[in-house]
Design a protein around this ligand. Sequence first.
Ligand code: NDP
Length: 503
Amino acid sequence: MTILGKKDDCELKVYDRLFIGGEWVEPSTGNRFESPNPATGEPWAVVAESREEDIDRAVRAARKAFDNGPWQTMAASERGRILRRLGDLILKHSDRLAKLETTDNGKAIRETGGVELPAIAQWYYYFAGLAETIEGKTIPVNNDLHVHTMREPVGVCGCILPWNSPLLMAAFKLAPALAAGNTVVLKPSEHTPVTALELGHIIKEAGFPPGVVNIVPGFGTGAGKALAQHPLIDKITFTGGTETGKQIAHYAADGVKRVSLELGGKSPNIIFDDYDVEEAVTGAMAGIFVAAGQTCVAGSRLFVHDRIYDEFLDLLVKRTQQIRVGNPLDLETQMGAQTCNSQLEKIKEMVQSGIDQGACLMTGGKPPENAEIASGYFFLPTVFSGLKTEMRIAQEEIFGPVVSVFRFSGEDELIEKANDVKYGLAAGVWTRDIKRALRISRRLKAGSVWINCYRKINWAVPFGGFKMSGYGRENGREVLDLYTQTKSVWVDISEDYSDPYRS
Ligand code: NDP
C-alpha cells in the first residue's frame, strides 16, 4: 500500500487508503493531507483524510463485525492467540516502526526504538493472557434462585489518539478493548497518522477478522467529532488535552455512551533534603525532559527542600544545558523535536508569559541556535525558578521541555502547593524516609505516585487521573471493567412456582 510519491524534488511516502472492514479503501472525497517531519518542518508523508462519510463506513464495519462477526463469540483463548501474534509482529517490525514513529513524531530514536516499541508488544501479550480470565460470578440470593453474572463486551469502541506516543497510546486502548471482545475504530492524530496506518498492515497479517479494527486518520474537528458523536459507537476512549476531553464528554453524554478520558497534567515532583542530590536531579530531568517534555505525566513542577534548593538548582541547570538536542534519528540525540508547529508556538507563548509574569529563566527558553536543525520544531530544555503559584506557567500544562522549580520547607505547605492545580495525573516523591514517603503519597491528589522513581508505566498497573486529568483507568486488570458490561442472569430453580394472581 505504501507508495513513494514526489513533492518538490523530495520523496514523500503516500498512505492513500483508509483501513476499513479489513480492506484498504479510498477515502470518500479522495482528500489527502500532509504530515510534516518535525525535525525538518517539511512534509514527509501524504495521508488519506477521513471525513464524516468514512467514519460512518468504518463504524458500520465495526458494528457489523461486532454484531455478526466471530470476534466476540470466539473462544477467548483464540482472541488471545491473535493478540499475541500482533505483539510478535510488532516486535518483528519494531526497528522499522520506531524509525517511522520518530520521523512522524520527532521523539528521539533512543526512546521510540530503545524503550517504547519493545514495551508496546507487552501490552498485547498481557491482555492476550487476560482475555481468558474475564468471567462472572454466582450470587447466592436464596435457595429458589440461581443467579449468575456475565461480563460482556460493550460493543464498538471509538479510540481517539494523541500525537505524543501514537503506537503506545494505541496499545493502551486496543489491547484491552480487543481482549474483551469489542471491535474498534481508531483515529490517530492528524500530526502523527503514519504508524497507525502501518499498524493496520500488521493487524491484517495477525489474522484479525475483517472490521474488528478500523483505522481512519483525519482531523479532530471533522473525523474525531464524527466518531465521538456516531450513534453506533458504544464507548469512546480518548487521550489528549483537557479542553478536547470536555467536548468529547459532552458528545458522549448526548449519546449516553461510555467514555474514558486520559487528559493533561501539571504534576509535582518533590525532592526532600535526605535524598542524594545528583540522583534526584537525574530523576527530575528524566521526569520532565523525556519525549521533549510531551508527556501527560511530565513532572513539570519541581518542589525542592529549602536545605538543598541552591545545590539542586545549580546542578539541574548545568545538567540541563548538557542535554544533546538534535536530529531525532541520531542515536546520540537525547532530546528530539516537538511534534508539531502549533505545539512549539504554544511552548514559546507559555515561556514568554513566564518571563512577563516575573519568573526567573535559568536556562533555555528558546529554540536551539544550531543551523542544521533550524527549520525543525525544536526547543531547548528550559528551567524556571522564582515562581509564584498563581503564574500561568505554574498552573497550566505546557506539554514541552519546561520545568518550574519551587522551594519548600514544611510538609503542610508543600502539600497545599503541590495539590494547588486543576490536574491530578501523577506525582513523584524522593526521600529515604519511608514513613514520610507513604504519608505524602496519601495526601497527594494524583492517580499515580512514584516514590524514588518517576514515569514508571506498566501494562499491569492501572493508570489515569484525578480531578481534571480525566476519569476511567487504562492498563491493569481493572481497565477490563471499562470495556465490558455486566449481565445478570436469573434462574428459578424452585420446585413450586409462585402465582401472584392466585386467590
Ligand atoms: P487534542 O486533545 O485536541 O488532540 C487529541 C486527539 O483528539 C487528536 O486525535 C485530535 O485530532 C482529536 N480531536 C481534536 N478535537 C477533537 C474533537 N472536537 N472531537 C474529537 N476528537 C478531537 O490535542 P492538541 O493537539 O490540540 O493539543 C492541545 C494540548 O493538549 C497540548 O498542548 C497538551 O497540553 C494536551 N495534550 C495532552 C496529551 C496527553 O497525553 N494527555 C496528548 C496531546 C495533547 P487532531 O490531532 O486531528 O486535531
